[in-house]
Design a protein around this ligand. Structure first.
Ligand code: PMP
Length: 367
């Protein structure tokens, strides 16, 4: 039987496994940071309308530069961050993972390296590997915040071409202070200069304002965003970045022609028409996230401050056994491999109650 490793694949892919969270069929799934609320029916109808219109032109390639969509995304960013950006500052792709891949294809690649501060979003390392970019794991403190002095030293030592700052950070949940980003940006410019990518996939859920205004006067700073979380549209696959217009121009050197289908563009435009309704769900999720933090702490759990739609909690002597015990009660959470910790996504109030009951039960058992 021929297996992957019998094929003439690239050496750095040998023995590796693909990214994947278990997709188990259980009553309460709180493991992939999805938004629990389906899109509202009027939006579903509007998507059908806009997609039908797009379907009338599917004999033609879509707008390669996605001008209308980038214009609407720019308006959304301007309105919600108070910092004015235009279509020329924005670039969009199939999920922010593709945005990150295009950035690494443009600014990383063979002979170059990227750095992130771990634990963080594991795809930063995986997409680096996939694009032939070396990966350097930078330090974090025991409380999961970035140790800025140590990070500056690591940047000066390794001089990576790309630096990732995930804010709010996945899987730990806390947003990064503006001062930290500014210091790391300066360190990265002194070392190379390199591209600093702020991954704000969970930006809308934060207690802090977006870091997007920092792109002003910093042509090597990129903020990436997604419609997968706040817009409740993970199935749509639409991510985007905001940066100096030269960065948006540069990624077009590597994007595939017509990478964003007409159906994707039409769907995303429909969802943007419903921004206010969808951001209303975000407010509910933020309140639920804060409730989860409070209730877990009241049970005596150690909980990392969260600015995201998920919460990291512990400590468990055996986090895998705790994960299994919670699963046995019908609730799927995520074991990200952070020692002693698990991560739960904020769901509907009923789902969160089921989760909190499950944790209460396993804590009672272990006491
Ligand atoms: N960045 C972070 C920090 C994430 O957690 C995720 C999704 N899990 C992504 C980017 C990618 O999201 P998408 O490709 O759906 O936009």
């Amino acid at each position: 039987m021929t297996g992957i490793d019998d094929l003439p694949i690239r050496d750095e892919l040998r023995g590796k496994s693909p990214y994947g969270a278990p997709q188990l069929d259980v009553p309460v799934r709180l493991n992939t940071n999805e938004n629990p609320y389906p899109l509202p029916e009027p939006l579903v109808a509007r998507i059908a309308e806009r997609v039908a219109e797009a379907a009338r032109h599917l004999n033609r390639y879509p707008d390669r530069d996605a001008v209308e969509l980038r214009t609407e995304l720019a308006k959304y960013l301007t309105r919600t961050t108070g910092h004015e950006v235009t279509m020329r500052h924005v670039w969009a792709a199939n999920g922010s993972n593709e945005v990150l891949q295009q950035l690494l294809q443009t600014f990383g690649g063979p002979g170059r390296s990227a750095m992130g501060f771990e634990p963080s979003y594991s795809m930063h390392a995986l997409i680096s590997r996939g694009t032939g970019t070396g990966w350097i794991s930078g330090p974090r403190r025991a409380d999961f915040t970035i140790d800025v002095d140590a990070a500056e030293a690591a940047i000066a030592e390794h001089r990576p071409e790309v630096v990732f700052i995930c804010s709010p950070n996945n899987p730990t949940g806390t947003a990064v202070e503006e001062e930290t980003v500014l210091r790391l940006y300066e360190a990265a410019q002194a070392a190379r200069p390199s591209l600093v990518v702020v991954d704000e996939a969970y930006g809308e859920f934060s207690h802090r304002p977006s870091l997007l205004p920092l792109i002003e006067g910093r042509p090597h700073l990129v903020v990436s965003r997604t419609m997968s979380k706040a817009f409740g549209a993970a199935g749509l696959r639409l991510g985007y970045l905001a940066a100096h217009p030269a960065v948006a121009d540069a990624v077009q050197l590597v994007r595939l022609p017509y990478h964003l289908s007409a159906v994707t563009q039409a769907t995303a435009l429909a969802a943007l028409e419903y921004t206010d309704t969808l951001l209303g769900y975000v407010e509910q999720l933020k309140a639920e996230r804060d409730r989860i933090v409070t209730e877990l702490r009241a049970m005596g759990c150690e909980v990392t401050d969260s600015d995201a739609n998920f919460v990291q909690f512990g400590r468990f002597d055996d986090s895998h056994a705790a994960w299994q015990a919670i699963l046995d009660q019908g609730v799927l959470v995520r074991d990200n491999g952070v020692p002693g910790r698990l991560r739960v996504t904020a769901g509907t109030p009923e789902e969160n109650d089921a989760f909190l009951d499950a944790v209460r039960a396993i804590r009672k058992e272990s006491n």
